[in-house]
Write a new protein. Structure first.
Length: 316
């Protein structure tokens, strides 16, 4: 090989992207097509020159890690203050014993014990206030005088049984029905201090009667039913809660200490019964007296049946 050999030279076919390399006298041709080197040799003695198109390696840009997003601190909802429990105010039910009564159309005037139109007004007023009498007939009879006496005793007035001006004014000014101490249940209440009998139904006083109980005095009398025997003791109507356990529905009966009318027994030989003498003070041996018409009404209206409680209270 001569030193004068020409340096290798190459010709680029830009249109086809081919490179033909001629090296010395050897028939070696290298063709680059589409980035692939194809070498052809024409002689067994081969020197291969491979030119590979340089490929620019693009390094992927450093990936910046996505910023870690820290969840914001959760602010707890404020503690809810429970609404205060409002208790309904305690309601006290009105007593059934308290019953209002309307004022009269015009004031009452004293009538003494005379009858007439004003007496009829007084009789009706007494009924409205709870004091039993036989009705507003204008006649000033036994049941009217007993009702007037009961009204006077209830208010602490003199129990005369006559309507004076003080009693007439009290009738005018009354605004509630009269009532006993009992304001519940159904019973008969006997108030020895006031000397009155109250008939109570479901806590409401239905009727008030003048009465006379034991006078507290010792007695010694012949037994009316057992000749030769003597009954003795103290005239006291026994306090306590009793009940009607025996009764005699018809007429007069001879009791051990005298005659009694249609009795209803509640404690031993003591009974509520009719009498011809019912004063404004205690006068019996221990029984509870009411007028004959009052006892008839008690039976006819069945307001004191068997086993009804009988409450007796007050001083002896």
């Amino acid at each position: 090989m001569r030193a004068a050999n020409r340096s290798s030279h190459g010709r680029r076919d830009s249109s086809r992207n081919r490179l033909i390399v001629v090296s010395g006298g050897l028939g070696v041709a290298t063709m680059l097509l589409g980035g692939t080197a194809i070498i052809a040799a024409s002689s067994p003695r081969m020197a291969t020159t491979t030119q590979i198109a340089s490929t620019t390696t693009t390094v992927a840009p450093t990936t910046t890690a996505a910023p870690t997003t820290v969840a914001p601190t959760t602010t707890l909802a404020p503690t809810t203050t429970a609404a205060p429990t409002t208790l309904a105010p305690t309601t006290t039910a009105p007593s059934p014993a308290i019953v209002p009564v309307a004022a009269p159309e015009y004031p009452f005037v004293a009538v003494g014990s005379s009858g007439g139109g004003e007496t009829a007004r007084i009789q009706q007023r007494l009924v409205d206030l709870g004091f039993w009498n036989s009705g507003a007939d204008g006649e000033y009879g036994l049941t009217t005088s007993q009702a007037v006496m009961a009204f006077q005793k209830y208010l602490g007035l003199e129990g005369s049984g006559y309507v004076n001006q003080e009693t007439a004014d009290a009738l005018t000014n009354a605004r509630f029905r009269a009532h006993g101490l009992a304001d519940a249940g159904t019973l008969v209440e006997i108030d020895k201090d006031k000397q009155l009998l109250f008939v109570v139904h479901n806590g409401r006083t239905m009727w008030i009667y003048n009465t006379s109980t034991g006078d507290g005095q010792p007695y010694e009398e012949v037994d009316q039913n057992t000749p030769g025997e003597v009954q003795s003791g103290v005239s006291i109507t026994r306090n306590g809660l009793h009940e009607v356990y025996r009764e005699r529905p018809v007429g007069w009966w001879e009791g051990d200490l005298g005659r009694i009318y249609r009795p209803k027994y509640f404690s031993g030989g003591q009974a509520v019964h009719g009498s011809n003498n019912v004063p404004n003070y205690p006068a019996s041996h221990g029984c509870v007296r009411v007028s004959i018409p009052a006892m008839d009404f008690i039976w006819e209206s069945n307001i004191m049946p068997m086993h009804i409680p009988v409450w007796v209270h007050g001083a002896n």
